[in-house]
Design a protein. Structure first.
Length: 369
C-alpha cells in the first residue's frame, strides 16, 4: 500500500465529518428496500444471502416471494427442498438456497428455533461467511462489525487511497480496520448500510458521481486524473465455453426429467438430461452417450429444438436441445439423484436451471406458432 491518504486536519475531526456527512446523505437518499424495514435476523440473513453476487434490483421481488412463502425459520425448516428451490428458481447460485434450508433445519432442530446472536455462532452456520455474519450482527443487533462488500471496498479504497489488491488478506484487514475506526458504535448497522448505499449509488465502478458525493472533500481518488484507478483491478481470466446437450426424451407423450445430484453444481434442480460434449464428438453422439451413462437407457436422437446460450460465474455454455425417442432400457439413477416421466404441462412446476428453462420456453413458443 504505497499511497495512504492522510488528511491534514485532525483525525477526530475527519472521523466526525465522515460519519455526519455519510449518515445525513443516507437518511435523505437511501432506497426503499423491503429488508430495510425489519430487524428480524432471519429476514436479514435471507436478504444478505440473496444479495451475494446478485444485483439489488433482481433481489427485491425474490426476497418478497421468499419471505411470503417462508416467513420464519420454522416454516423454512419444515419445507421440502424442492419447494424452496422452486421459489428460488431464476435467482441462480442455488447452493445459497440449499444452505439457507440447511441453516433453518439446524436452528429449528438443534437450537430450539432460537436464531444465533453471536458472530461465532453465526459464522458456524452453513453458507454464512464473515461478511454475512458481520452484516447480521450490525444490522439486526447493531453491533460494531465492519461489513466489507464490493461497494464498500471500492468506496474505502478511493477515499483513503488504498492501492493494494483488495482480494489480498492484508488489504482486507486494512479496509476492515479503517471502517472499524470510523464506525459510530451506537449506529453501526446504519453506518454499514450507508457505506454500501453510497458505494452502490454514487461511487460506482465505471462512472463515479464524484460531484454528488458527500465525502468528496475527504476523498483521495478525487485528486487523481481518473478516480477509477482505484481500487486496483486484477486482470480477469477469459471464461471457458462448453457445448452441452439436452434431450427432450419422449415416451408416450411424456418427457423425462433428471434431478441433479445435491452436492454438485445446481444440485437438486431438475433438467433435461444430457451433458458436456467431448472433443471431436458430435452433439448427437454426445447426447446418446450421456443418456446411457446418466440413466442407463438407449435413445434415438431426432431433430434439434434450439441452441441457447447461458453464462455462469466461471464459464459459459451453449445448450443444444434435441427431440429424442426412448428406445429401450430400464431407467436408472446412475448419474443423477432422481428421475421422472412428466407431461409437458407439468415441467414448469419443477425448479429448472436457467439454460433448461430458456430451452423449454423456446420450445413452447415454437410449438405455439
Amino acid at each position: 500500500m504505497k499511497k495512504q491518504f492522510i488528511p491534514k486536519k485532525s483525525k477526530e475531526n475527519v472521523i466526525s465529518k465522515f460519519q455526519n456527512r455519510l449518515l445525513k446523505w443516507y437518511e435523505k437518499n437511501k432506497r426503499n428496500l423491503p429488508w430495510r424495514s425489519t430487524k428480524d435476523p432471519y429476514h436479514i440473513l435471507v436478504s444478505e444471502v440473496m444479495l451475494q453476487q446478485t444485483q439489488t434490483f433482481r433481489v427485491k421481488d425474490y426476497y418478497k416471494r421468499f419471505i411470503a412463502d417462508f416467513p420464519d425459520i420454522e416454516t423454512l425448516a419444515h419445507s421440502k427442498l424442492p419447494v424452496v428451490l422452486k421459489t428460488w428458481e431464476g435467482l441462480g447460485y442455488y447452493a445459497r438456497a440449499r444452505n439457507l434450508h440447511r441453516t433453518a433445519k439446524l436452528i429449528a432442530n438443534h437450537r430450539q428455533g432460537q436464531f444465533p446472536q453471536t458472530y461465532e455462532d453465526l459464522i458456524a452456520l452453513p453458507g454464512v461467511g464473515s461478511y454475512t455474519a458481520a452484516a447480521i450482527m450490525s444490522i439486526a443487533y447493531n453491533k460494531p462489525f465492519p461489513v466489507v462488500d464490493g461497494n464498500v471496498t471500492r468506496l474505502i479504497s478511493r477515499v483513503f487511497g488504498i492501492d493494494a489488491d483488495p482480494k489480498e488478506a492484508d488489504t482486507k484487514r486494512k479496509l476492515s480496520e479503517i471502517i472499524n475506526e470510523f464506525m459510530p458504535r451506537r449506529r453501526a448497522g446504519l453506518f454499514n448500510q450507508a457505506l454500501m448505499e453510497l458505494g452502490s449509488l454514487v461511487c460506482q465502478p465505471k462512472n463515479p458521481q464524484c460531484g454528488n458525493c458527500c465525502l468528496k472533500t475527504l476523498c483521495y481518488a478525487r485528486t487523481l486524473p481518473d478516480p477509477t484507478e482505484l481500487p486496483i483491478k486484477a486482470q480477469k481470466k477469459p471464461r471457458p465455453h462448453y457445448d452441452v446437450t439436452a434431450g427432450f426424451i419422449w415416451n408416450d407423450r411424456k418427457l423425462l426429467l433428471a434431478q441433479r445430484p445435491i452436492k454438485e453444481m445446481l444440485g437438486g434442480l431438475w433438467e433435461f438430461p444430457g451433458g458436456k460434449r467431448k472433443p471431436n464428438e458430435s452433439l448427437q453422439a454426445c447426447l446418446r452417450r450421456e443418456i446411457r451413462e446418466e440413466l442407463g437407457i438407449h435413445i434415438e436422437v431426432k431433430k434439434p429444438i434450439a441452441s441457447v446460450k447461458h453464462g455462469y460465474s466461471h464459464f459459459r455454455i451453449t445448450l443444444h436441445g434435441f427431440h429424442c425417442k426412448y428406445i429401450r432400457g430400464q431407467v436408472q439413477s446412475l448419474g443423477c439423484a432422481d428421475w421422472k416421466w412428466v407431461s409437458p404441462s407439468r415441467v414448469s412446476s419443477f425448479a429448472l436451471p436457467g439454460a433448461d428453462r430458456k430451452l423449454f420456453e423456446t420450445w413452447k413458443t415454437m410449438k405455439e406458432t
